[in-house]
Design a binder for this molecule. Sequence first.
Ligand code: B4P
Length: 188
Amino acid sequence: MSHIVLFGPPGAGKGTQSAMLKTEAGLGHISTGDALRAEVAAGTPLGKEVGAVMASGALVSDDLVIGVLKSRLESLNGVKGVVFDGFPRTVAQAQALDQMLASRNESVAAMVSLVVDKEELIERLLKRAEAEGRADDTRESIAKRFDEYQAKTLPVADYYRGQNKLVEVNGSGSVEEVFQRIRQATGV
Ligand code: B4P
């Protein structure tokens, strides 16, 4: 199993590149952001609990997100590997993922960190705000998402660096260019 963690700041293209890896490389895809947005849209008890947190740009609690990830992972069958998109976002989540995979005799093969300038990231997110109107693509929530990333998510890169699994990829350029860089860097 070739499990890949796609990592990067808000707007780096994790969701975009995960979709490419799913269709072009045949990997399974789990996006905790998409899963949580689906709960909010469906008005489930979990969605009601996390909706305001997400809209503010803050991270959802580790316990809730780890539960979501676990159930998605258990329901994925017949794939040659999984792209984890937007998870783990804290060191506690990274440790939980290692444990979940170890119990299946599996492990993360690589963590791909997408590197993009902050100005470009903000430009992308504001552009998406015009097109899609996502609740957390306001200037205020974008600022909060960057703060959360700096404080809680960046240490996850060190966690995987310590395991010699961190691969940095330039996330600027066309979607196709970035995708080819990821394929070259990971061999998927
Ligand atoms: P996510 O859904 O993971 O959102 P993201 O980080 O904003 O986006 P991503 O990097 O995937 O960017 P995308 O490809 O869409 O998280 C949202 C929220 O969910 C979090 O703030 C948190 O509240 C919660 N959450 C999720 N996971 C969690 C966890 N593990 N723990 C706790 N809370 C969690 O790209 C952005 C835009 O750029 C798009 O419009 C795209 O079209 C464009 N784009 C992409 N690649 C481009 C390129 N090469 N050139 C130009 N534009 C590009």
